[in-house]
Design a protein around this ligand. Sequence first.
Ligand SMILES: NC(=O)c1ccc[n+]([C@@H]2O[C@H](COP(=O)([O-])OP(=O)(O)OC[C@H]3O[C@@H](n4cnc5c(N)ncnc54)[C@H](OP(=O)(O)O)[C@@H]3O)[C@@H](O)[C@H]2O)c1
Length: 276
Amino acid sequence: MPPNARVAVVTGVSRGIGRSICQQLATGRTGPLVLYAASRAGKLPDLGHAPTSPAVEVIPVSLTITEQGSVDAFVARIRAEQGGCDVLINNAGVYHYTEHASKDQRQEMYDTNFHGTVRVCQGMIPLMRKGGRIVNLSSQSGQLLYMAPHLRKLFLEPNATLDQIGELLSTYERHVVAGQAVRRGWPSMAYFPSKAALNAATRIFARDNPDLLINCCCPGWVDTELGGQAGRPPKTPEQGAMIPLHLAFGDINNISGRYWANDSVADVGTGKVQLF
Ligand SMILES: NC(=O)c1ccc[n+]([C@@H]2O[C@H](COP(=O)([O-])OP(=O)(O)OC[C@H]3O[C@@H](n4cnc5c(N)ncnc54)[C@H](OP(=O)(O)O)[C@@H]3O)[C@@H](O)[C@H]2O)c1
């Protein structure tokens, strides 16, 4: 291990923003690091032409966040090899860009964006060292401005539990199946509540773990497989990595439990705290 190295984990590194986060960390710009590059395939993606710094050890590791056994094995490996972790970037996510998503597509978004990310946090938080950071890749689509006021209140309930937030997604699904979601104040696309639930989980984890800095963010509209479904995204993956990297390694004034973004999804910058 490089001397004084921090331990960092990034999920969903096979492509897109996750791959770019790894590329940038591999150059050593954030200091000595042992970087666990997690993907379903367990293979290291092509990290491009930038040289990997001798101060960074990049370790490919297999992780499917929607499978409890995979997360358990992953956490056990980090515990055995490192005994702790300093930075966790939960980047893995799924978007089906359609108002007519099938039941399976909707379920995949709930299972990945909310339940899967929560599962990784629950496994990793006991390993996180004091002052450690968790960054959850969310979206402006998860902002509560897309929901009716009575629903906003439920997502923002200060004493909410993760189970209660998960139950809100089940309620959404029931309303979709009944053809009543929009009439009842929900957004039409399941991606939106899946990310709103992730934002609420971020707030809950931060509330319950005051020794850690736990935030979520929108990376902007980024030219990846996921982002390209909705048109021609204005930002490169490298630009999309800027806010997550800032929340994971930059000076954020000890802020925790907040949602960060730039003012517009096209803006390039390290983001600022925005309304949930
Ligand atoms: N691109 C945008 O404009 C945009 C905007 C707002 C928010 N975001 C968020 O940013 C994050 C990254 O998005 P992206 O644009 O880089 O997407 P992407 O190119 O589609 O990459 C998504 C990554 O997530 C992984 N993944 C999906 N399901 C998984 C699972 N069950 N277990 C483990 N890994 C899984 C994929 O792995 P496989 O290769 O194995 O499928 C892939 O590596 C997502 O959370 C997304 O919601 C993106």
